[in-house]
Design a protein around this ligand. Structure first.
Ligand SMILES: Cc1cc2nc3c(=O)[nH]c(=O)nc-3n(C[C@H](O)[C@H](O)[C@H](O)COP(=O)(O)OP(=O)(O)OC[C@H]3O[C@@H](n4cnc5c(N)ncnc54)[C@H](O)[C@@H]3O)c2cc1C
Length: 481
């Protein structure tokens, strides 16, 4: 390391970390970015590789370009897709969520982001495992860990940016506080896995199973209890196919069906279920063909800042609660965290009061919709396949479903058609619950539109958010089959 002390230490050189380091260095701060990986495998999330569905909406890439001038291009943008299509369990209904986007080459993306951070002036230090924060008087003053020879290191800095991903060793060791939780509840985590295959789709394509122009999401509580399966097209006759499950939903499903299925078994069953996926070969480029990892599906933490600390990306539970898409929010948060950190250094004020503006900026750019989406996700997990089918046929129009996926509250025309189409008490209940959920989403959106402008207002606001969410979670239990 070049210096004894830095303005900012960024822990983690993944998407959020590299962009935070780039933005902070661009803002004039003296930045060091640490990662446990060697400099040949930047951004590799686990031993399993860059485990991800690789899909990102174009709007997030535009955000990065506009904010820090970085334009990502081919071959990082592996394949352009028109959008994401969500299919009902009976495969008869298809709703388009999210607009145009890309399937990314994640190893190449990670390399590019680190190079960009270095170009902007950040110092990149690979092979450094961060074990925790250095805390003095409840303030972070740096991080400690071990290098590749197991030698201990301590790095001091005015600010720490935590971009260590979902299992962050810094967040977990923060002093107990009211702002950032140390752990995420297992109910809010999806266990996921995915394969990247080379395959031959054949001549006659059934777009319910594979669509070369769209990312497909299969809602199916038997195949993927509490989550969903996906088939995302990639360039050169390749696909990214994977599946996520929620632990409780899987347990309930297994108990009811008398099964002992695991995530690994479910992914293999999902692959077999898909008539297009045969004659496949794992694409082991970059040793990245097969992997498993966790992703959170809750709103981001109520605050993203603490004393001399900012968090960005998966470390702050930022993936979208419905789609589990975390690349976009990690990009947005990385840039914003880096910018605010540089402003704090320039202003010689790294207090939580000063950093609070990062909470407000992230809320405005992305975060305000996620609590509503979390409520909707909990509702969705309480429905079995029949109810999801029925709901996608009768409860919601495509426009209404799309509005919900963006975190907006649809003007529900369904209420007027209610009496005409609903048959069966289970459907009536599910419909009433949908109306309840939409109301709660509306309430959450209102609360987030009034995200506390200062720390003083935070506790009362947080209490309201938590009370609302607790009510939703108590009302709906996973009920996949
Ligand atoms: C199976 C799966 C599919 C997904 N599909 C999609 C998708 O299609 N679209 C989408 O938008 N999102 C998807 N996601 C989520 C997305 O991959 C993440 O949200 C994204 O990678 C978050 O980026 P990050 O920079 O916050 O964290 P990470 O990508 O996890 O990066 C963390 C970095 O920190 C480093 N690190 C970790 N711990 C330490 C330590 N102790 N010391 C030093 N370095 C450390 C790691 O090496 C890594 O470089 C998926 C996730 C999974 C698991």
């Amino acid at each position: 390391m070049k210096h004894e002390e830095y303005d900012i230490v960024v822990a983690g050189a993944g998407i959020a970390g590299a962009l935070a380091a780039a933005a902070a260095a661009r803002g004039g701060a003296k930045v060091v970015m640490l990662d446990r990986n060697p400099d040949t495998t930047e951004g590799k999330k686990t031993n399993w590789g860059w485990v991800c569905g690789d899909a990102v909406a174009e709007s997030h890439l535009d955000f990065v370009h506009k904010q820090i001038g970085l334009r990502l291009t081919d071959p990082i943008l592996d394949l352009k897709v028109d959008g994401v299509l969500v299919l009902s369990p009976d495969l008869e209904k298809k709703f388009q969520f999210e607009g145009a986007g890309y399937s990314l080459d994640r190893p190449k993306l990670a390399k590019k982001l680190v190079e960009y951070a270095v170009k902007e002036g950040a110092e990149y230090v690979p092979l450094h495992e961060v074990e925790g924060p250095i805390v003095e008087n409840e303030k972070l003053v740096g991080v400690f860990g071990r290098d590749h020879e197991s030698k201990q290191f301590r790095i001091k800095a005015k600010l720490v940016i935590d971009a260590l991903g979902v299992a962050s060793t810094i967040r977990r060791k923060l002093p107990k506080n009211d702002y950032i939780e140390n752990m995420v509840s297992t109910d809010d985590i999806e266990s996921t896995g995915r394969y990247i295959y080379k395959f031959n789709p054949g001549d006659k394509i059934d777009e319910r199973y594979y669509d070369p122009k769209n990312a497909l999401i299969h809602l199916n509580q038997q195949l993927a209890p509490g989550g969903y399966g996906w088939v995302f097209p990639k360039r050169n006759s390749r696909i990214n196919v994977g599946l996520g499950v929620e632990k409780k939903s899987l347990e309930v499903r297994n108990a009811k069906l008398g099964r002992k299925d695991t995530l690994h078994m479910l992914i293999d069953d999902y692959v077999k279920w898909n008539p297009h996926i045969h004659d496949v070969q794992l694409d082991e480029t970059d040793n990245n063909g097969k992997g498993y990892w966790s992703v959170t599906v809750r709103r981001q933490f109520d605050s993203l800042v603490y004393n001399n600390y900012l968090g960005a990306g998966d470390s702050m539970a930022m993936p979208n609660p419905i789609s589990a898409g975390g690349i976009g929010p990690a990009m947005v948060a990385g840039v914003l965290a880096g910018q605010v950190a540089a402003e704090a250094v320039a202003a010689k004020d790294t207090s939580m009061d000063f950093l609070w503006k990062y909470n407000l900026r992230f809320n405005e750019a992305y975060g305000s919709k996620t609590a509503g989406l979390e409520a909707f996700r909990v509702y969705l997990q309480s429905l079995n396949n029949d109810l999801i089918n029925y709901g996608m046929h009768h409860f919601l129009t495509e426009e209404e479903a799309v509005e919900i996926s963006y975190g907006n509250i649809p003007k529900i025309t369904i209420a007027s058609t209610f009496h005409k189409v609903l048959h069966g008490i289970a459907n009536v209940d599910a419909f009433k619950n949908l109306l309840y959920t939409v109301k709660k989403m509306q309430r959450m959106n209102e609360l987030y539109q009034h995200y506390p402008k200062s720390i003083g207002e935070f506790h009362a606001w947080k209490h309201e958010v938590n009370t609302e969410m607790k009510e939703v979670k108590e009302k709906f239990q996973p009920n996949p089959v």
